[in-house]
Design a protein around this ligand. Structure first.
Ligand code: GUN
Ligand code: ZN
Length: 426
């Protein structure tokens, strides 16, 4: 049976970052028709009602029907240690992150946190995430088992590390390859799940391990590859000292077969000109993690320059380095960071980055991240008056963008009225 959702509807016909605000289409009384888990039609509510009298109608009134949010870089195992105080990247990893990740040797703990993580993200309107797991294969099974149970489209991989981490959190080039390959063969393409080749970052992988990851990715070019790049200046200097003969940080991936389309680089703040050019040339994805970059004190991503040059850019929370599970909060941080660099991002650009842009960074924009015929029906319904502070501001809005922006800046999970996953309401 078909479902017809009615409300304000927001969809994209292009990329507002390059094509302007006209690339977003808004209907004040629109409808989204869902059939067999997919979007069948998007149009005016009255037209769709007339054409599909048998469809079951859910009327969301003035709430905004949008594609579900897509979070292109997260660490689900860091859920329970989010908002840990006072450290910068390397100390933060050693003090908070690694001790927490060690707990994932216990499959029961991994299952508990995976369930908690999906509860939190879905209640924030996030319908797809791309996650790091821990070095434990059990942490990958826990994540995908939970994602499969809930029917969400999800991306993840076993984090690989064979140096500069506690003994209990290290694998070897051989075991990283073997375990990753086994997990890849088990999960890649099963239902809505995708495996991601995941070396954590160059400081925690030997050249031998990076080479093994490059070999695995080469054998499975349909998979994505995710890692971290140039997040903090100390980290960049450390990478230079670990790989003294290589040209730059990106070269530590490039030399081992870890650069290409389908590569996702988290943070990418301190890039040298060669790196900027090379990333564009191969059309790799840069993942902007604004709440993390301010929380851990990393720096200000160059959204203006990198979007102008046509780089493929996604948006992400980077929980638990990021300080929120909410993509609304993440859009607000992206706005603030861009302001500090002199480029106010338009609400249509922020919303695109959080949906279609993030999906595009995962090369899944043909399936998720937009409301259009043929897309999978992952939907977030957003109340644009969810708190008194937001309501009194959006009330005097003169257009849809002025009505949406207070929710971007001040909204949280209270704004998420409903979430649909694969054509079914949660
Ligand atoms: N670099 C390497 N590992 C991590 C991580 O877990 N979080 C962040 N923010 N940066 C990293
Ligand atoms: Zn990260």
């Amino acid at each position: 049976m078909a479902d017809l959702l009615i409300g304000q509807v927001l969809q994209f016909t292009g990329n507002p970052m390059t094509d302007g605000v006209e690339a977003a289409r808004h209907s004040a009384r629109g409808g989204v028709l869902i059939e067999a888990g997919h979007i069948a039609e998007v149009g005016e509510a009255d037209d769709l009602r007339r054409a599909h009298p048998q469809a079951k109608v859910t009327d969301y009134g003035k709430a905004l029907i949008s594609a579900g949010f897509v979070d292109a870089h997260v660490h689900y195992p860091q859920t329970a240690m989010i908002a840990s105080w006072g450290k910068r990247l390397i100390d933060w990893l050693n003090s908070y992150t690694f001790p927490e990740e060690m707990k994932f040797a216990d499959p029961a703990y991994a299952a508990e946190i995976a369930a908690r993580y999906f509860d939190l993200t879905l209640s924030n309107g996030t319908t797809t995430v791309c996650s790091y797991c821990t070095i434990h294969p059990e942490s990958v099974d826990a994540f995908f088992t939970e994602a499969e149970r809930r029917g969400v489209r999800a991306f993840a991989g076993k984090t690989c590390m064979d140096r500069n981490a506690p003994e209990a959190l290290t694998d070897t080039p051989r075991s990283a390859y073997d375990d990753s390959k086994r997990l890849l063969e088990k999960w890649q393409g099963r239902g809505r799940l995708s495996y991601v080749v995941t070396p954590r970052f160059s400081p925690t992988s030997t050249p031998e391990q990076l080479e093994a990851m490059g070999a695995l990715w080469k054998e499975h070019p349909d998979c994505l590859m995710q890692t971290h790049l140039s997040e903090q200046t100390d980290e960049v200097a450390w990478v230079k000292s670990l790989f003294p003969t290589l040209r730059d940080y990106l070269d530590t991936y490039e030399q081992f077969g870890l650069l290409g389309p389908g590569a996702l680089f988290g943070h990418a703040i301190y890039l040298e000109p060669r790196e900027v050019d090379r990333l564009k040339e191969v059309d790799a994805s840069l993942i902007h993690c604004p709440t993390s970059n301010t929380f851990i004190g990393s720096g200000l991503f160059d959204m203006d320059g990198l979007s102008r040059s046509g780089h493929r850019i996604g948006l992400a929370t980077d929980t638990g380095g990021g300080s929120s599970f909410s993509i609304l909060r993440t859009m607000a941080a992206a706005y603030e960071v861009a302001q500090l660099r002199g480029r106010p991002l338009h609400p249509s650009e922020l919303w695109w980055l959080a949906t279609q842009g993030a999906a595009r960074s995962l090369r899944a924009d043909g399936r998720i991240g937009n409301l259009a015929p043929g897309m999978e029906a992952d939907i977030a319904v957003i109340d644009l008056a969810s708190t008194p502070a937001i309501a009194q501001r959006s009330e005097r809005a003169k257009d849809i963008w002025e009505a949406v922006f207070p929710t971007i800046m001040m909204g949280d999970d209270r704004a998420v009225t409903a979430v649909w996953v694969g054509g079914r309401p949660l």
